[in-house]
Write a protein that binds this ligand. Structure first.
Ligand SMILES: [Zn+2]
Length: 403
């Protein structure tokens, strides 16, 4: 039996995905009014039945709110609901984690909903009270003992190699990993976290950014700042507003990871000015998760991981005082043909490439990469707003004797 001073403790994993997931669980608990202690993990008093029920409700609402969006069908003009494409909807559209599998089942069979719901609440009560952790099996992710293991899919950990042997290649010895219920739960809910994302629809490519902050309490403080900046739109949650000379407002969003990051930093700059804590809300290390979808809807998606380390992030303060490089400059630059005959596809592709090169150059403080966007390719040159270019070059390269 557990004593009165029994406290639940979930250690941090020192892994970008699971640390963000532990932080997210702590955030959800705080929203329910639970006291969470942040110290190399999260600690809280065991939840009562009502708290678990409200946690499940919260997760269910987020599944609908975050993982689906409404759009107009082109042919019929009907409003239809779609799954966000970055979600690993593998294996004939079933979310393979035990959590979402049950939630889906619940949605499909409403008459069974009470029973299924009870089961979910019981499962989550067990997971969070860390019952059933004295088994003889060992979790491949956290290494703790467990009496039941679940197969690790991309839903639990997005960069895990597929469970299909044919996709595992020669470098992998094992085709399957298994994890405990806590890891499966944390991995699944991380998809509902507040992460900057953008999607390049033409290439079915999705970019998600995760802050890489070792200290969990610091990660929590940073993400709370981030949460105030993100919005919800179908193709990205980082949106800049462009106002034309005619006063027409247009939403713009990035289509590559560096533009997304640049646009995010700019949005945070606005917020930071408000809260005057510029230094504490900056993060210079990010994990970029790129997910490449496939035309056929329910096929395994490919995921790629990259760490982005921004050199001398303080220099952005100087740049942002003069202009917002993504909103005022990169997003208004495009490839324009020198002679007739360039197809729309070529112009669109080169525009995206140029925007990527410019954003990457600015983020990585790499003028060589930035200048590649200005090279004439396939009979197209780069058109940019001249005043903004002058301002940018001055604040980035010339001011304070950079050059
Ligand atoms: Zn585990």
């Amino acid at each position: 039996m557990q004593g009165d001073d029994w406290v639940i403790r979930i250690e941090q994993y020192h892994d970008w995905w699971f640390d963000n997931a532990v932080e997210f669980l702590g955030h959800l608990l705080e929203r329910l009014g639970v006291d969470v202690v942040w110290d190399g993990g999260i600690s809280f008093e065991p939840l009562n039945e009502d708290e678990v029920e409200r946690l499940v409700e919260e997760i269910e609402q987020l599944i609908v709110f975050k993982l689906k969006y409404q759009t107009k069908e082109k042919k019929t003009d009907r409003i239809i609901e779609k799954n966000r494409a970055y979600l690993p909807t593998m294996h004939r559209g079933k979310y393979v984690s035990f959590l979402a599998l049950k939630l889906n089942e619940k949605q499909k069979n409403s008459e069974r909903s009470i029973g299924v719901r009870k089961e979910i609440i019981d499962d989550i009560t067990d997971i969070l009270s860390q019952e059933n952790t004295n088994g003889t099996k060992i979790c491949d992710i956290c290494g703790h003992d467990a009496n039941e293991l679940f197969q690790v899919s991309q839903t639990t950990y997005p960069v895990v190699t597929g469970s299909l042997r044919s996709q595992c290649g020669v470098r992998k010895m094992e085709s399957e990993y298994h994890c405990c219920a806590l890891c499966a739960f944390l991995g699944s809910i991380e998809w509902l976290d507040d992460m900057p994302f953008a999607c390049d629809h033409a290439n079915l490519t999705h970019y998600l950014l995760f802050p890489k902050i070792e200290e969990l309490e610091e990660l929590h403080a940073f993400k709370n700042g981030l949460r105030g900046v993100l919005t919800t739109k179908p193709y990205s949650n980082v949106i800049s507003i462009f106002e034309s000379a005619q006063g027409e407002k247009k939403e713009i969003y990035a289509k590559d990871e560096y533009s997304l990051l640049l646009s995010l930093l700019e949005q945070m700059w606005y917020k930071i000015e408000e809260i005057e804590e510029y230094e504490s809300v900056l993060c210079d290390r990010w994990i970029r998760l790129k997910i490449k979808g496939m035309e056929a809807k329910y096929q395994t998606k490919y995921s790629y991981l990259e760490e982005i380390h921004i050199p001398q992030i303080e220099r952005f303060k100087k740049i942002f005082e003069e202009l917002l490089p993504y909103s005022d400059f990169v997003s208004h630059s495009f490839a324009s043909p020198l002679k007739e005959g360039a197809s729309k596809e070529i112009i669109q592709r080169l525009t995206k490439e140029d925007q990527y090169l410019m954003s990457k150059g600015i983020i990585m403080d790499d003028f060589k990469t930035f200048s590649k966007a200005f090279q004439i390719r396939q009979n197209c040159r780069l058109s940019t707003p001249k005043d903004a270019l002058d301002y940018l070059i001055y604040t980035w390269r010339c001011k304070d004797g950079t050059i």
